[in-house]
Design a protein around this ligand. Structure first.
Ligand code: FES
Length: 441
C-alpha cells in the first residue's frame, strides 16, 4: 500500500544534532532510537490503550516503515468502502499523524512536501498545512482533512472518518478570477460560432504589438530599431485596415520569472499561471488577456542580443509555458484563430536563427502565420557603429516594404482562418479517442 517515503529534511531527524565524530554520531543515533521507541510506546499508550476493535480504523503499515522525520502516502477505503482516501502519513519524532495527501489548492502530493515546525509545505506551489490537524498556516486559512491515527503493537491504523474536514476558503485575487472566467468564456464563444466576424462587434481588427527591447526609460531612454519598426507596423495597420492597435512594452510591465513548476510535475503548471495567482503585482495577466482574448494578430518585435531574442522576450515566453502546457495536460487549446508575425532587428546578424526560434514557440502555442511571417533587418557583422543603427534603419525603404508585406500577410491570414473556421476544423478532426487522452486532473 505504501508508495513513497520521502525524508522531510536532508538527513535531519527532529531533536537530533549532526555530529562530525562517528562514534558520537553512533551513540547519538542509539540514544535517538531509544527515545523514539519510548515515544512510540507513549503514543501507543495514549491512543492505543483503546484496542482496535473499532472497525473504522484501517491498518496502513508497521510503525518502523516510516522513520521519524519522514512521510509516506497510503490509500484507505472511505467509510462506505466504495471510495479511496489518499493519505499523507507523517512520523514526527515517533508520533504519527495523517492528513489528506491532496493539497486543496491544485492537488499537489503533501506526502512529498518538506516540513518545518510541524508544518508541511506542498511541493507544487508552497501552500502550508499543519501536519497535526491539516489547518493551513497560509493566508486565507484553507485546510485539508486530518484523520485519527493510532499505533497498536507496532502497527499504524488510520480512521477514514476525519477529525477535521478540509475546507477551501480563500479565493484568488479579482484580476486572476476575471482572467480565468474571461478565457473560459472566450473559448466557449469561439467554439460555438459558425463564422467568426473579421471585425468583431463592429469593432476594428485588433492588432497587438509586443516590444521586447529593454532600456531604462527613466534614466537613459534611447531609440530602438525594433520598437520603431513595430510602431511603423502598427501605424500601417491602422492606416490601411483601420485596425485597433495596442503596443505593450515588456520593460514597463512587472513580470516575474517562471519558477519552473512544470519541472516538479506537469500538472503543477496551471493556467492562469500560479505566480499570477499568488502575486497581485505580477502583470503577466495583461499579456495573457491581450494575447489569448483580445488580439487577432500578435506582432512581436525583438532586437538581437548575442544571437538570440531579447532577455525580456524569454522572460515572457517562459511564463507562457502554461498556455502551451494546457494542451498537454488538459487537451485545452487556448489560442484560437490567432495569427503571429515578427520583427527582428540586429546591428549584426542571426536573423534567421532568431526567427526560427520565435516561429517554433508561437506555432506550438497554436498561432498560424501568413506569407512572410517575419521581417528581419541587419547591418552585418562589421557594423560596429551601432549608434547609426536607428537612422540607417529609418532610411531603409526595403525594410519598410517588408514590414508592410508581413502585416498584409498576417491580416489576410486572419481573414482566411476566421472565415473558414480553420482552427475549429483542425481541432475537431483531431480529437483523440478517450483511451489516448493525456494527463488530466
Ligand atoms: S500549493 Fe499545493 S497544489 Fe498548489
Amino acid at each position: 500500500m505504501a508508495r513513497v517515503s520521502v525524508p522531510f529534511t536532508e538527513g535531519h531527524y527532529y531533536g537530533e544534532e549532526k555530529r562530525p565524530n562517528t562514534e558520537l554520531a553512533h551513540n547519538s543515533l542509539l540514544a535517538c532510537r531509544r527515545e523514539r521507541n519510548r515515544k512510540v510506546e507513549v503514543a501507543d499508550d495514549m491512543l492505543g490503550k483503546q484496542n482496535n476493535n473499532d472497525n473504522n480504523f484501517q491498518y496502513i503499515c508497521n510503525s518502523d516503515q516510516i522513520s521519524p522525520g519522514q512521510s509516506a502516502s497510503f490509500t484507505i477505503n472511505d467509510e462506505g468502502g466504495s471510495n479511496k482516501i489518499a493519505l499523507a502519513v507523517f512520523n514526527l519524532d515517533g508520533v504519527f499523524y495523517a492528513i489528506s495527501d491532496v493539497c486543496i489548492h491544485k492537488g499537489g502530493p503533501l506526502s512529498k512536501g518538506t516540513i518545518k515546525d510541524n508544518v508541511v509545505t506542498c511541493p507544487w506551489h508552497g501552500w502550508k498545512y499543519s501536519v497535526k490537524d491539516g489547518r493551513s498556516a497560509h493566508k486565507g486559512g484553507d485546510s485539508v482533512s486530518s484523520y485519527p491515527v493510532k499505533v497498536l503493537e507496532g502497527k499504524v491504523y488510520v480512521s477514514p472518518i476525519p477529525q477535521a474536514v478540509g475546507k477551501k476558503i480563500s479565493k484568488p485575487h479579482a484580476a486572476y478570477q476575471e482572467l480565468d472566467g474571461a478565457v473560459k468564456q472566450h473559448i466557449r464563444n469561439t467554439e460555438s460560432s459558425q463564422v467568426l466576424p473579421f471585425n468583431r462587434d463592429g469593432a476594428t481588427l485588433r492588432i497587438l504589438g509586443i516590444s521586447t527591447t529593454n532600456m531604462n526609460d527613466k534614466i537613459t531612454p534611447r531609440k530602438s530599431t525594433s520598437e520603431s519598426a513595430l510602431e511603423f507596423a502598427l501605424q500601417y495597420a491602422k492606416d490601411k485596415y483601420s485596425a485597433e492597435t495596442v503596443m505593450l512594452k515588456l520593460r514597463q510591465l512587472n513580470i516575474r520569472h517562471c519558477e519552473g513548476y512544470y519541472s516538479k510535475d506537469a500538472k503543477a503548471c496551471i493556467f492562469p499561471c500560479s505566480i499570477s495567482e499568488m502575486d497581485e503585482e505580477d502583470q503577466m495577466i495583461e499579456i495573457y488577456d491581450r494575447v489569448i482574448i483580445w488580439a487577432d494578430v500578435v506582432i512581436v518585435a525583438t532586437p538581437i542580443r548575442w544571437g538570440s531574442a531579447s532577455s525580456l522576450y524569454y522572460q515572457m515566453i517562459q511564463r507562457m509555458n502554461c498556455v502551451q502546457n494546457q494542451i498537454i495536460t488538459h487537451n485545452n487549446y487556448l489560442i484560437r484563430d490567432k495569427v503571429g508575425a515578427f520583427i527582428i532587428t540586429g546591428g549584426q546578424d542571426n536573423v534567421q536563427h532568431v526567427a526560427g526560434e520565435l516561429l517554433s514557440f508561437w506555432s506550438q502555442l497554436g498561432f498560424v502565420f501568413g506569407k512572410f511571417p517575419f521581417t528581419g533587418w541587419s547591418r552585418g557583422w562589421y557594423a560596429e557603429d551601432t549608434e547609426n543603427n536607428v537612422s540607417d534603419n529609418a532610411k531603409s525603404l526595403a525594410f519598410r516594404q517588408d514590414i508592410m508585406k508581413t502585416i498584409n500577410g498576417a491580416i489576410e491570414m486572419s481573414r482566411l482562418i476566421k472565415k473558414s473556421r480553420y482552427d475549429e476544423k483542425i481541432l475537431n478532426n483531431s480529437k483523440p479517442p478517450s483511451s489516448l487522452l493525456p494527463i488530466r486532473d
